[in-house]
Design a protein around this ligand. Structure first.
Ligand code: SF4
Length: 827
């Protein structure tokens, strides 16, 4: 791009007149806000800030993995400290092209980022003909017009969530950007209107900034703002700036975070001779911000502008802001981002845990109707975990992506079972030394750092039972806390059942995939909702059921697991006929079948009480019923997932009734589609209460939602299942919550793959479920871990962990496994 003859690049590239060096900021005499805050010493403010942070946000510190996209480095303003803005002659082109924008975003996506932070100068077309020309040549009317297009391209092409940082804007521009971004931001910097730093920056007038903040609130935009410390303002100015932010937030509730940023002089700017913001003043301001701001507003200090991160944490921040594994901080290019490992180390050394977030914070992400344009709701959901934070790894249940290493050691490829597909050979199954997750910190150490997870675990170690709130706390574990939850769960597993890992040799028989119900998570059923999904409708003949049973028994199966859709033509007799078909083929095979929904429907269609109907099935040969159809036992969640299915009370009633007539059953939970951990906790507590009443549950079986081909995901209304951390915690927390009540915690290998199973076996699990032979339901939803396992493949996972594999019956008796001794001695 040729130099723009109409521009004045020398203004930007080399400051004409350095601003006079100010005296060191001294504590102002004002007691602004009537709080006496300005005279307070740093130590007392930090102590109070720490208490507020702990009460509101616990020990969690967040960061946003992001890329920076400097859409244009031209700007109509000239702030005294800025090296971001350039003259047209000093940039290759006035704006990044859409291809350049997308290349940055794609690199960010590949590196695990969730956010695309658009940084740009303000209204450069007002100052530079070159900018006006570029926009006209490309069909855009303004920089904001182009920013809207760039945001849309990024979210549509890459799934990264745009955060627009476009400066002082009016309501119309804010609303246009709201349709293509998940949050927006603009630093107030200071409400002092007389700062020399802003004398050539008309957009930095406090009135204009505050008007933008107010308009963003009226428009329902999750908004990031903040102040700059050390540009000539006083403490009283800073307090006034914070109070102005609070006022706007009180009216609209939209300020999600406040950034407190320290001024550092930069060569080539008018303020290059100014002293850097004194560390004490910076820390004082952070702590004062935490005291002044409502606790729900998050507080951030950029980690790349300080050499020592500990004091920032000590001053009350709960967020590190954007950390980019891909792009430089274009506003402070001389200050490299700390590597994530360094950030994690500093965070954990101070007794905190680190969690990735989205560009908008959880309270906003979990209330999309209020805070997000409809077009942005699914992109946010798709990047979210159950708490509304950012997914921490690309793994999804049922996928072939290996999970992150959270506990134990990974088995290296070539040593037997490390392929993650459940098909590892049995040769050479010893675990290699590396890589390994760090050891779990002792619970007492964790508790002493103020970790709520540590405190709950300490109580568990003392024998306490966990209630709903404690379970929610455990599900919030991050980093070292996850390892401690897994370690405690595994100790409880050893106490309850020792080192044996069991499985049952069984066959799934799904007699029909035709179903009148409209469960939105179900890719298996073939009804009006799922016509486009793979597979054809089918209904097995009873003779075919008999043949499959005979074949299964010939191959050593001790159980058949019978489940299917609710076919419109079924009457209550159908389920009796299925049992009879099984019994025709085998007099002894264990019949595990018919969900709470199926037996409830069977009784209804037979017009008889459920207890009487269950007795009929029991007397015909039914032994146990599966816990499926539980999904999440929390009715507001069921109203979304399966509105026409039995409700929580009906599921509990069916199982209570089954237990009362002598049929045992298990507890399942299908988690990770739309709900939050509070619903998981209610599910655990409600089923535990029933177990206390009847003692009829044999095991707990977490079933992570497999999203790929489900109607609700394809309709863009669910997450992509639980994260691996959430899945591991579901098994571990289940072990803790059911202590003394349910001894067996089962993992579904179909949804996890071998590496996932290996790790979760070290988090409280003692059972691998069934060999299955024909697994249809998870596969229909997109799971890719195969249709059957056998004892050898199970052994390849279990034995390198120093555990022994045993074949069990459905009710946890032991089955002599032919050839097991031979296999064991061959290893
Ligand atoms: S989950 Fe069961 S009841 Fe629901 S649609 Fe699928 S097959 Fe039918």
């Amino acid at each position: 791009m040729p130099a723009d003859p109409g521009s004045t690049p020398e203004h930007l590239s080399a400051p004409s007149e350095p601003y006079p060096v100010p005296p060191r900021p001294a504590p102002a005499s004002s007691t602004s806000g009537g709080t006496g805050l300005i005279e307070r010493d740093l130590a007392s403010l930090q102590a109070e800030a720490g208490r507020i942070r702990a009460a509101a946000h616990g020990n969690r510190i967040t960061f946003s993995p992001k890329v920076f996209i400097p859409l244009t480095m031209l700007c109509r303003d000239r702030c005294g400290y800025c090296t971001f803005a350039k003259a047209p002659a000093r940039v290759a082109a006035p704006y990044l092209s859409l291809d350049q924008v997308l290349a940055i975003a794609r690199a960010g996506r590949a590196a695990g980022c969730h956010e695309a932070l658009f940084t740009l100068g303000e209204g450069p077309e007002d100052r530079y003909p070159a900018a006006r020309q570029w926009l006209a040549d490309h069909g855009y009317t303004s920089t904001v017009d182009y920013l809207v297009a760039a945001c849309r391209a990024v979210v549509e092409e890459t799934g990264l969530l745009p955060h627009a940082n476009a400066g002082a804007l009016g309501r119309d521009d804010l609303l246009r950007l709201r349709a293509v971004s998940a949050s927006q931001g603009m630093m107030i910097e200071s409400v002092n209107p007389d700062l020399a730093a802003h004398r050539s920056a008309p957009d930095k007038t406090p009135a204009r900034r505050l008007a933008t903040l107010e308009a963003a609130g009226e428009a329902g935009i999750p908004f990031t703002t903040g102040l700059l410390v050390g540009i000539g303002e006083t403490r009283a100015d800073r307090v006034a700036t914070l109070e102005a932010i609070v006022d706007s937030h009180r009216r609209h509730g939209h300020v999600q975070e406040v950034i407190v940023q320290n001024f550092l002089p930069k060569a080539g700017t008018s303020m290059h001779q100014w002293p850097p913001c004194p560390t004490g003043e910076f820390l004082w301001t952070i702590a004062a911000a935490r005291v002044i701001l409502p606790p729900d507003i998050h507080l951030q200090a950029p980690p790349n502008l300080s050499d020592d991160l500990g004091p920032l944490l000590a001053s009350g921040i709960d967020d590190w802001g954007g950390v980019s594994p891909v792009t430089a901080d274009h506003v402070n290019p001389e200050r490299a981002w700390p590597e994530l490992g360094i950030l994690r180390g500093a965070t954990e050394a101070a007794g905190h845990t680190l969690a990735p977030r989205l560009t908008l914070y959880p309270s906003f992400a979990l209330d999309p109707g209020r805070w997000l344009d409809e077009a942005m709701r699914f992109p946010v959901l798709d990047a979210s975990d159950a708490e509304g934070l950012g997914r921490d790894h690309p793994w999804a249940s049922g996928s072939e992506v290996p999970p992150p290493l959270l506990v134990g050691a990974r088995v290296a490829p070539g040593t037997g079972a490390g392929s993650g597909d459940g098909t590892g050979s049995t040769a050479g199954t010893a675990a290699t030394a590396a890589p390994a997750a760090p050891a779990a910190p002792p619970v007492a150490t964790l508790a002493s750092t103020g970790s709520a997870v540590g405190e709950v675990l300490a109580a568990v170690m003392d024998g306490a039972a966990v209630g709903e709130d404690e379970i929610v706390t455990l599900f919030g574990a991050r980093g070292p806390e996850v390892r401690s939850v897994a370690a405690v769960a595994d100790q409880l597993r050893i106490d309850a059942v020792g080192d044996e890992v069991t499985f049952v040799n069984n066959r799934n028989i799904n007699y029909t995939n035709v179903c009148t119900f409209k469960c939105k998570f179900c890719a298996f059923s073939k009804g009006p909702l799922s016509l486009n999904l793979r597979g054809r409708p089918y209904l097995l003949e009873l003779s075919e059921i008999s043949e499959r049973v005979a074949e299964a028994e010939a191959r050593g199966a001790t159980e058949v697991c019978l489940q299917g859709g609710i076919h419109p033509n079924f009457d209550g007799e159908y389920y009796l006929h299925v049992i009879q078909a099984v019994r025709e083929a085998s007099a002894t095979i264990h019949i595990h079948g018919f969900t709470a929904l199926e037996v409830t429907e069977g009784a209804r269609r037979s017009e008889m009480p459920l207890a009487d109907y269950l007795v009929l099935l029991r007397d015909a040969g039914l032994k146990t019923i599966p816990g499926t159809a539980a999904e999440i036992l929390d009715d507001p969640v069921r109203a979304v997932l399966c509105p026409d299915k039995i409700n929580t009370e009906e599921w509990l009633f069916a199982h209570r009734t089954a237990h009362q007539v002598g049929l045992r059953s298990n507890v399942t939970i299908m988690f990770g589609a739309v709900e939050q951990p509070r619903s998981w906790a209610r599910h655990l507590v409600r089923t535990r209460d029933l177990q206390a009443e009847t003692g009829g549950f044999t095991e707990f079986v977490p079933l992570p939602f497999v999203h790929m081909a489900t109607p609700i995901y394809l309709q863009k209304r669910s997450r992509r299942g639980p994260t691996f951390r959430e899945t591991l915690l579901m098994h571990a927390v289940g072990r803790i919550a059911y202590r003394g009540m349910i001894d067996n915690i089962q993992i579904s290998w179909v949804k996890m793959g071998a590496e996932g199973v290996r790790q979760i076996l070290q988090a409280g699990v003692n059972d691998l479920g069934g060999t299955l032979m024909d697994e249809n339901i998870s596969r229909a939803a997109g799971a890719s871990h195969g249709q059957m396992m056998d004892a050898e493949r199970f052994a390849a996972i279990v034995e390198p962990l120093g555990r022994t594999l045993s074949q069990r019956t459905t009710l946890y008796g032991r089955v002599e496994r032919p050839g097991a001794d031979v296999l064991a001695s061959a290893r």
